[in-house]
Ligand binder design. Structure first.
Ligand code: 7RM
Length: 594
């Protein structure tokens, strides 16, 4: 079953087994569930929703699979999916799985540059997008972004365009194809490509502590088993239940707990196109009432932003269908946890605070609803078969309870990523070398007197903003790419809603001198928004004469993190700095912010 050299980042599960993921998510259910709802699609406007049965879902995925095959897509070829939260996104992923193509979904909030980097890195031949996206009443010009992203990339032969809105978009002759028209000509049967257990299923890009986002590669059998098992157990899924995860499929949460886990279990899963605040802060609970949702899964940031709007928005709606409430993406503070438990769940629904990562493929630390005694703010205990350890900075395993350190995983599990696409060396060095024989998560944690885990956040150069992972290196290189900036360093600062926000220190170029502080800050926020994504845009930008660097030229972010929150006195050892005087200059600039 398992064959691994874990210390070397080499892991295989179920080698020799054959399967097709789309078959397991669709065809396998048809004898009993053809007319059951597979997906409830809730559109941006609350007045619009659609039920898609297992029969329809299989039909659409098969037709889209045939379209891809006609475009020359074969087993192992990469397809980029840049779609909003519309049913075509599910069709596209399942179509790829059916024909053995490897999908890489790119969150539709990412910029043309970010999309371009991903297309190039994975060498995609086809991009699937929509004319426009809709979110919170606004239009997102997806097709225009794709045009921008793929110009000059020879590997991209075709762009399939779904029609989400009535807006006209330019179509490039010979490259662009309307998805709907192409699908109309295809049959609803498409033979499944039988895949080896360890063939790639998808690549998903995520930020790391250095360089550009890395493409984590997940394989077939282990991933599907782990996503479906955890979905079933953690959300106590029973046939007939309505399950809603309101994340975006562009993140791993959507892959595992909107698409693959629930569909493999024959569940009814909801796809939500909108935001928690549109058209008002009652949207989630309106959705729960209308669809009689039994399990609801969201992020701490969403919970905090709703708690602040008052309890009336919750109370207005009938939530009696709810049985289990889940959270994921970042640490949840006990106040937000209690609000979720008391106000949303009226003290009747266990809150499952689930800790996991893009790399882990599925939930690793979580309460089991109705089984585990809960503690607000703790992800509690490891899932079946998961063995955790807490290490000190030197990699020594810490024994006993009442300790804090770095969170590691001791043994391989089926859902883990197998490599970084095109860079296995980086995969090994990133996760398996630092703490010999263990997988290093990048997170800090505490194990309390009862053995419960409390995840305290990243201990590497990754910042988690509103549940989204961002690398300091990515944001810094984006800022430094602007003509107004000579050098940049970013750190995370506590934020009431987002958990953490980005604070950028920049050394301006001469040209920036005639700009006011506001103008410069505005220009740079806009730059990052456009260059990476709105989620990466800094909360604050501070011009400083120089950055604190060690003699070997490394930026000392530790010092900047303290200054950013106005803590000027506990900066620690500054004697290793090239020029200790810059610290005083930076403090002086920070004080001007007031
Ligand atoms: C699923 C997902 C992973 C990082 C991870 C943590 C943080 C996620 C929790 C959490 C505290 C949680 N994948 N994180 N869940 N921290 N409690 N329940 O979010 O790859 O995008 O991010 O998110 O820092 O390392 S991710």
């Amino acid at each position: 079953m398992l064959e691994a050299e874990f210390h070397d980042g080499e892991v295989t599960w179920f080698q020799g087994g054959m399967l097709n993921v789309a078959f397991n998510c669709l065809d396998r259910h048809l004898p009993e569930k053809a007319e059951d709802t597979a997906i409830i699609w809730e559109a941006d406007e609350p007045s619009e929703s659609r039920h898609i049965t297992y029969r329809e879902l299989k039909w659409e995925a098969a037709r889209l699979g045939n379209v891809l095959k006609n475009l020359g897509v074969r087993k192992g070829d990469r397809v980029i999916i840049y779609l909003p939260m519309i049913p075509e996104l599910a069709y596209a992923m399942l179509a790829c799985a059916r024909i053995g193509a490897v999908h890489s979904v790119v969150f539709a909030g990412f910029s043309a540059t970010s999309l371009r980097d991903r297309v190039l890195d994975c060498g995609a031949t086809v991009v699937i997008t929509a004319n426009e996206g809709r979110r919170g009443g606004k239009a997102i010009p997806l097709k225009a972004i794709v045009d921008d992203a793929v110009t000059g990339i020879d590997s991209v032969k075709s762009v399939l365009v779904a029609k989400r809105t009535a807006t006209e978009v330019p179509m490039h002759f010979g490259r662009d194809i309307w998805l709907e028209e192409a699908m109309l000509n295809e049959r609803g049967t498409c033979p499944c490509e039988w895949m080896s257990a360890e063939d790639p299923l998808f690549i998903l890009y995520t930020s790391g502590s250095t360089g550009k986002p890395k493409g984590l590669l997940h394989t077939q059998a282990g991933y599907l088993l782990y996503a479906s098992l955890t979905h079933k157990i953690v959300f106590d899924y029973h046939p007939g239940d309505i399950y809603a995860c309101v994340a975006d499929v562009g993140w791993i949460t959507g892959h595992s707990y909107i698409i693959y886990g629930p569909l493999c279990n024959g569940a009814t899963t909801l796809m939500f196109e909108s935001t928690p605040l549109y058209p008002n802060p009652g949207r989630y609970w309106d959705l729960v009432e209308r669809h009689r949702v039994n399990s609801f899964y969201t992020s701490p940031t969403a919970i905090r932003s709703l708690a602040r709007e008052g309890n009336e928005w919750v109370k207005k709606y009938d939530r009696s269908s709810l049985r289990i409430l889940g959270t994921v993406g970042e640490p949840i503070n006990p106040e937000a946890w209690k609000w979720y438990f008391d106000v949303v769940g009226e003290g009747k629904c266990p809150v499952v605070d689930t800790w996991w990562q893009t790399e882990t493929g599925g939930i690793m630390v979580t309460p089991l609803p109705g089984v585990t005694a809960l503690k607000p703010g703790s992800a509690t205990l490891p899932f079946f078969g998961v063995s955790l350890s807490v290490t000190d900075e030197n990699g020594n395993c810490m024994q006993g309870n009442g300790i804090a350190g770095h969170l590691c995983i001791e043994r391989p599990w089926p859902g883990m990523a197998r490599t970084i696409h095109g860079d296995h060396k980086r995969f090994r060095e990133m996760y398996f070398v630092q703490y010999k024989g263990k997988y290093f998560t990048g997170d800090g944690c505490r194990r309390d007197e009862d053995g419960y885990y409390w995840i305290t956040g990243r201990v590497d150069d990754v910042i988690n903003v509103a549940g989204h992972r961002l690398g300091t290196a990515e944001i810094e290189s984006s800022l430094a790419g602007n003509h107004l900036v000579a050098e940049a360093a970013v750190v995370g600062i506590p934020h009431e809603i987002k958990g953490t926000a980005i604070f950028a220190f920049i050394v301006p170029q001469k040209e920036a001198e005639r700009m006011t502080r506001e103008e410069l800050m505005g220009a740079l926020k806009e730059h990052v928004r456009h260059d990476i994504s709105p989620i990466a845009s800094p909360e604050q930008v501070l011009s400083v004469p120089a950055l604190p660097k060690t003699r070997s030229g490394k930026i000392m972010r530790r010092i900047l993190s303290k200054i950013a929150v106005g803590n000027y006195t506990e900066l620690g050892n500054v004697t290793t700095l090239q020029d200790p005087a810059v610290v005083e200059q930076i403090i002086a600039e920070h004080k001007k912010l007031g």
